[in-house]
Design a binder for this molecule. Structure first.
Ligand code: SF4
Length: 284
């Protein structure tokens, strides 16, 4: 029988687990809830939540008093949360604690008189939420997403405070910090990058070269799962990206002694378990 090695951190990250649990709870307790965008990039989980009446808001849909909305792990600007509460909407806050930490750090920097630079992606819901907290605190700041922007847009300020979107690329964050530090008298840095993504990637880097076949499980539209599959494929050409167990093909495991399995941060445990069981079944 082939040995199946499951990466230790495969599957839901801490923040997604909280959000999905809260969504399930809202479905049961309030008979359903709305979310402003998908809670998670995983079709199977989304359809499961829809069966509990937890659904995505439609474009221009306005919530009515008494309805329930779940704030996703990305968070929202405080103004938006207030607006919903004032309209009598039942608000469930599933903002990831790591994202809340970025909000806190931004407020602290504003209080201490720093101009704030957010290293992140323009228009991303998490960045929109962070900017909302910056505005609420009465601070000044900008979002920087590329090297060009770094050179073009960083203003000449005496004191600059830096935070990052939680899923930001570590290398670019370091580059940005270095550039700002060279050009500014005083810099205060909070590395607010969450390690959920990098831990999963590091594990795949270690596992993929040691096994005969690598299976990466997760939504085909999930950015973090696709990145895991790319990393794995570069190190082991026998890498297959699947969404669920019925996509497995027995042929992939012919002559395989060791099979590695990992999954994106949006893949639930029950799908991972099904895949592992099916591989074991296929390999005798
Ligand atoms: S990736 Fe990190 S910050 Fe984002 S939801 Fe998961 S644990 Fe929270």
């Amino acid at each position: 029988m082939a040995q199946v090695i499951l990466a230790e951190s495969a599957g839901f990250c801490f923040g997604v687990k909280i959000a999905v649990d809260m969504a399930k709870e809202a479905g049961k307790k309030y008979g359903g809830a709305w979310t402003d965008g998908p809670i998670i990039h995983n079709k199977q989980v989304v359809s499961f939540l829809e069966s509990l009446n937890v659904k995505e808001l439609k474009e221009n849909q306005r919530l009515k008093a008494g309805e329930t909305v779940l704030i996703r792990s990305h968070g929202v600007p405080p103004k938006e949360e207030r607006r919903l509460k004032e309209a009598g909407v039942n608000v469930i806050d599933a903002t990831c604690p790591f994202v809340k930490k970025v909000h806190e750090k931004v407020r602290q920097l504003v209080k201490e008189g720093y101009f704030v630079v957010i290293i992140g992606e323009h228009g991303h819901p998490e960045v929109i939420g962070i900017l909302g907290h910056l505005e609420e605190a009465g601070g000044e700041g900008i979002v920087v997403s590329s090297k060009e922007e770094l050179i073009k847009n960083i203003p000449h300020k005496r004191r600059i405070g830096i935070v990052a979107q939680t899923t930001q690329n570590e290398d670019f964050f370091r580059e940005a910090v270095g550039y700002i530090a060279e050009n500014t008298e005083e810099v205060k840095i909070f590395n607010t990058i969450c390690d959920a993504t990098s831990v999963r990637q590091e594990e795949v880097k270690k596992l993929a070269p040691k096994v005969d076949v690598m299976i990466i499980i997760g939504g085909k539209h999930s950015g973090n799962t696709n990145r895991l599959a790319q990393i794995s494929k570069a190190l082991n050409p026998n890498t297959y990206h699947i969404e669920k167990a019925d996509e497995l093909d027995k042929k992939w495991f012919e002559n395989a002694d060791k099979i590695g399995v990992s999954a994106g941060a949006s893949t639930p445990d029950w799908i991972i378990n099904e895949v592992v069981e099916k591989i074991k079944e296929m390999t005798g």
